[in-house]
Unconditional design. Sequence first.
Length: 253
Amino acid sequence: MRQPLVMGNWKMNGRRSMVENLLKAVMIDVGDLAGVDIAVCPPYPYLGLVTDRLAVNGIVACGAQDVSAYTDGAYTGEVSAEMARDVGCRFAIIGHSERRTLFGETDEVVAQKFARAVAADLTPVLCVGETAADRDAGRTQEVVLRQLSAVFKECGSGAFTRAVVAYEPVWAIGSGRAASPEEAQKVHRFIRDVVAQKSAQAAAHLRILYGGSVKAQNARELFGQDDIDGGLIGGASLAGADFVGICRAACIG
Ligand code: PEP
């Protein structure tokens, strides 16, 4: 049985006061939830603050939104996976579509970041997913396979032994138009099958999250699909009640 994971990606939002308030709301309201893992990914400047606060309740974990493809050294502006781990992160989002499209991250760079996260003892959350144009051209599986293959090439056949994959169709992110549970399930199944070709055991344990316009209202049906093991949540993770509602929808206990 794979325990669901719900992860909030706060992106480049918030100030110290918002971070404090959001954390308080989430930490109080998730107290009674069982059978779900929860994590939040604040902007870098707030990572230490968040991990300090979260250490008190021990229920919610912290993740970085990205890590450098390099280890420590003369790389101005970069934040290494080791640093994220050192301040208490357990996860790192890798290859979010905003990093790929806005900051030019190639599949190869994403794979290097994935490797750095694993080496630093972080659990990488690899984001994969097709654009609207890819989807319209019937290229969803081809794109997802290419993105997964780059990680296998860099990290070997055991790459997903300790990792999470997030299927995030680019057209669904922030659009208010989530994939239907059936269409998301189809891609999640495909992802698990691709991983199973390298390692049946890794595939069986791999948590595959869905991301793209998840709300408390559509979460239960999405998370009810066989191969959907929780969600990566953008916009709705910025409101405590909405995020907790999504976490509640993922509860199996
Ligand atoms: C995201 O950016 O990872 C995301 C899923 O965003 P949203 O939930 O706002 O669609």
